[in-house]
Design a protein around this ligand. Structure first.
Ligand code: SF4
Length: 302
């Protein structure tokens, strides 16, 4: 049997959950399923923690999950951001989702593309701080660039596709806002954030260009490339052109959001949890940007 090769971004080696130091715990705001092997083990534990696990794990149609608190937090998340299951049972005894999150894996033929989702504060920090976005095969120390990976996979793209336009037109901004407004909002704050972008009007175009210039092309390139990297398993379905337009359009949107929030890492993280963690929202954006790819998202905006 042919071996699957797993590719990681080089910055993965520096990942460590910020735990209590994270402004945005990932243990809040969504259902946390517990795989059945771990659930059965949790439910069999003796002592006060076992009793609490029996009270705080529920089973619906054979699927186990934690009973979230009224404010949608994991019941084992402490107010200081630490996890009582890690503290009481050890990190090695977490359920699959808690062990794997925020990692993602996408199969691309015999290549597995792995990484850390940008909804994680630490992953975003590492991506933005990296000197260059390079990758390596698991167990191999040799690094290669994203264009080299695309070439290897048979999806070479022009360099200009791997960063958003330096300046946006009014039409491009309007298109991006319309598409974002058509996605299912993760929360009411997202809807307000989009409304603020609308209200900013043309002033936002100037802020976009200033932010792009201040951040530099290298950051724009890393961000766009990493957004595309996460979707490469979808090339057979959508084509590399549509996915590159998706990456470019969404990177452009992140600059708009960052210009409004005055917080670039938070804009990346916020966009990711709204779009990348909702398959329907991702599909909507890929299809919409793919339809528009030849008209303006592939143009360089200079
Ligand atoms: S978002 Fe990232 S850094 Fe923050 S708690 Fe979750 S895994 Fe840790």
């Amino acid at each position: 049997m042919e071996r699957i090769i797993t590719i990681w971004p080089d910055f993965a080696a520096d990942f460590a959950c910020k735990a209590g130091g994270c402004r945005h715990t990932c243990c809040r705001g969504w259902e946390i399923d517990v795989d059945s092997d771990t659930a059965h083990w949790y439910l069999s534990l003796d002592g006060p923690l076992g009793d609490e696990l029996r009270r705080k794990i529920r089973c619906d149609d054979g699927t186990y999950s934690f009973r979230l608190t009224a404010d949608e937090r994991c019941p084992f998340l402490r107010s200081d951001g630490l996890c009582r299951l890690v503290l009481g049972l050890g990190e090695e005894n977490l359920c699959e989702i808690c062990t794997m999150h925020p990692r993602f894996f996408a199969l691309c033929g015999k290549i597995e593309l792995a990484g850390f989702g940008l909804a994680c504060e630490k992953a975003t920090e590492l991506l933005l701080a990296a000197k260059e976005l390079c990758f390596h095969a698991e167990g191999d120390s040799q690094s290669f660039t994203f264009p080299a990976l695309l070439m290897f996979l048979g999806y070479p793209v022009p360099d200009a596709w791997l960063r958003p336009p330096a300046r946006l037109t009014r039409g491009q901004m309007s298109f991006l806002l319309e598409q974002m407004e058509a996605t299912e909002p993760i929360d009411a704050v997202w809807t307000r954030q989009l409304a603020a972008l609308r209200a900013a009007g043309d002033a936002l175009l100037l802020s976009y260009a200033q932010l792009f210039a201040a951040q530099g092309e290298a950051v724009a390139g890393r961000l766009t490339s990493y957004i595309l990297y996460r979707q490469l398993d979808k090339v057979p379905r959508y084509g590399i052109g549509a996915l590159a337009a998706y990456a470019r359009g969404n990177a452009a949107f992140i600059y708009l959001l960052a210009a409004s929030l005055q917080d670039f890492p938070e804009a990346v993280r916020r966009w990711s949890e709204q779009i990348e963690y909702d398959e329907e929202n991702t599909a909507h954006l890929i299809e919409a940007c793919g339809r528009e790819s030849s008209s303006f998202l592939i143009g360089n905006g200079r």
